[in-house]
Design a protein around this ligand. Sequence first.
Ligand SMILES: NC(=O)c1ccc[n+]([C@@H]2O[C@H](COP(=O)([O-])OP(=O)(O)OC[C@H]3O[C@@H](n4cnc5c(N)ncnc54)[C@H](O)[C@@H]3O)[C@@H](O)[C@H]2O)c1
Length: 500
Amino acid sequence: MSEGSFSKVGVVGLGTMGAGIAEVLARGGLAVVGVEINQEALERGRGHLEKSTGRAVKRGRLTEDGQREILDRIRLTTAFGDLADCDLVVEAVPERLDLKHKVFAELDKVVRDDAILATNTSSLSVTAIAAATGRPAKVVGVHFFNPAPVMKLVEVIGTVLTEDGAVDRVAALVRGLGKTPVVIGDRAGFVANRLLFGYLNDAASMLETRHATRDDIDTAMTAGGGLPMGPFTLMDLIGLDTCLEVLEAIYAETRDRRHAPAPVLRELVTAGLLGRKTGRGFYSYGDAAADAGPAQDGPPPSVAIVGDGELSRAFAAAVNAAGAPAAKVEEADLVVASGEDIDLAAVEGRAKDGAVVLGEGGLTGGGALAAHKPEADRPLVEIGVTPVTPPEAADRAVALVARLGLTPVRCRARRGFIVDALRFPYLNDAVAMLDAGYADADAIDAAMALGCGYPAGPIAEIDRLGIGRALDQLEYDPDEANPGVSDRLREQWDLGLTFR
Ligand SMILES: NC(=O)c1ccc[n+]([C@@H]2O[C@H](COP(=O)([O-])OP(=O)(O)OC[C@H]3O[C@@H](n4cnc5c(N)ncnc54)[C@H](O)[C@@H]3O)[C@@H](O)[C@H]2O)c1
């Protein structure tokens, strides 16, 4: 069996990505030639392949015969000359342009003239790699995600030099391998990383400016943003050196301040704290289990709900679910007041001593705290503090909210709190990408849902949350130039349209 116009495919570099890509190709029935730099690295590559397919056998997803067939289809070698009769070669050596140039020069010499050469680079220019070969029309990017056997997304990149048909052939191969190809041009970060890293960098800046703690930001984005992991957990997993490299590449192209790597990233990398792989990054690994957050024990507090604003309605539902006793404002441990014409200061004046009063945005300057619940059906409650908030009031608020079965985090009471402050600039970036004709809505949504495991892509997400809310969060002012806000977002709003 072979996939379309390719039957024999080479993979150069059998590290984390190359071994995974070789496995995917062999699972698809293709003959694979895997090349490593020396015998020792080759054995390491063989180890990756055996371990990964062995895991599939253990989980019952592959028979032992199936595993043997896959491994038999992969020929391992240290001789570039063995790639001579490949139809396609995928390069997956470390992310250094000089090294990529060296490997492509070698490939150019040994591989058939009509074969396609592909790079798995994450952040280098595919055009720069192509231009240094004698066959730039036959060079494309195929960006697999880690781990390649599992992740469904593959970004397929054509440059201005790529000949007609090459990208389509590679995209057809990717589809035949059971993956979803997203075809795009050669811009730093492609789709998924370009959108992801702006957000990760914003999170790092948020930590640096002490808007919120590492744990609260991570919790906010999982419990309130619905993401599979928080930004600091993810950066540690990717490796902070890689994060810095990708951001530098994107920043060099966009010159957008949001992509200028947050100084804390550079500091950690300089100190050799690269994340999981070195045992320490934003988090330390191998320590005793992390603090589980505020204790949820103790009976649910008595709660008074005032008004029917969003916050009050969300808390009413939580109070119901927790079976918490309803109380008068004068007697309640926790008072939640939101809605039109709510005088928060007056509510606060009626509350008993030591009660926590949560309001929506509006602050009294007294003890009342601003709270925000980004999604009614998710457990997160963001508690905003100001310079005049007594710290013990914030502690009490966190404890009381946790006892209602909700997930509290605290941050400065500033626009967007944590979740909205991080997600709306990211959604705006996605709309700008769409507007630039760089990728269509399906491609953008597939990139984030399949490449990053987001519950929904950003274009679908902006329709769900509402363009009005996005413009509000991005501080859009129709009477001013708003360089940060995508024109497309404003147009859709003016025309009363959703994106889909
Ligand atoms: N790791 C990821 O999450 C990830 C995800 C997507 C893309 N990428 C990209 O994939 C590429 C490879 O990354 P990785 O994480 O697999 O790196 P890695 O360090 O795990 O593997 C690279 C392999 O290339 C081999 N190698 C080095 N020089 C060679 C040469 N001259 N000839 C043959 N083999 C050589 C090394 O021995 C090593 O086994 C990079 O361009 C990276 O940006 C990485």
